[in-house]
Ligand binder design. Structure first.
Ligand SMILES: CC(C)(COP(=O)(O)OP(=O)(O)OC[C@H]1O[C@@H](n2cnc3c(N)ncnc32)[C@H](O)[C@@H]1OP(=O)(O)O)[C@@H](O)C(=O)NCCC(=O)NCCS
Length: 145
């Protein structure tokens, strides 16, 4: 598997994964904006097939992980951990003090992944996300660079 910068030409493949793994997926516009805004946008690829991707927005002192996903058939093989660690190392190289994120409380796999790489929970935003039956809490997490 290689990790490389995402390009506009990757967005169809990325969207196809995004729409399968998220209940409220990002749009093409969200990915385009991430590329044009200069966020750190990486894809994980094997034999020219995109298996996952991650987006990191840079602030002054902090970076925020906006999205990370691995295509369903390739989950639970360690790829998410490799991709996430690469994004954390990039934030460190960029001189950021911490990486923050918000995650749906129901995203059990994502919360477990973040805990596995030593993210700490900072708090909860009540009813932050739209959900199938109303609203859902966001868990706020940080990783110190
Ligand atoms: C979250 C996600 C990226 C994890 O990717 P992955 O490649 O399956 O994760 P890994 O195989 O690298 O797992 C690393 C660790 O995370 C935890 N983990 C991952 N998936 C898990 C699951 N389904 N249940 C419990 N723990 C899980 C485990 O601690 C795992 O280590 P282990 O396999 O040694 O037990 C993937 O499940 C995904 O794309 N989910 C949908 C999108 C999403 O929710 N994104 C995050 C919010 S933006």
């Amino acid at each position: 598997m290689i990790l490389r910068d995402m390009t506009e030409g990757d967005i169809d493949s990325v969207l196809s994964i995004e729409q399968k793994v998220h209940s409220h997926p990002w749009t093409r516009g969200n990915f385009n904006d991430s590329l044009t805004s200069g966020y750190v946008c990486k894809v994980a690829e094997m034999e020219e097939q995109i298996m996952g991707y991650a987006i990191l927005m840079q602030g002054v002192d902090d970076a925020e992980l906006l999205d990370i996903a691995i295509a369903a058939p390739y989950q639970r093989r360690g790829l998410g951990r490799v991709l996430l660690k690469a994004m954390l190392m990039r934030a460190r190289e960029l001189g950021k003090k911490r990486v923050v994120l918000e995650v749906r409380k129901s995203s059990v796999a994502a919360v477990a992944l973040y805990q596995a790489v030593q993210f700490d929970e900072m708090g909860v935003r009540r009813d932050y996300y739209p959900a199938k039956n109303g609203r859902e809490d966001a868990i706020l997490m940080e990783w110190k660079c």
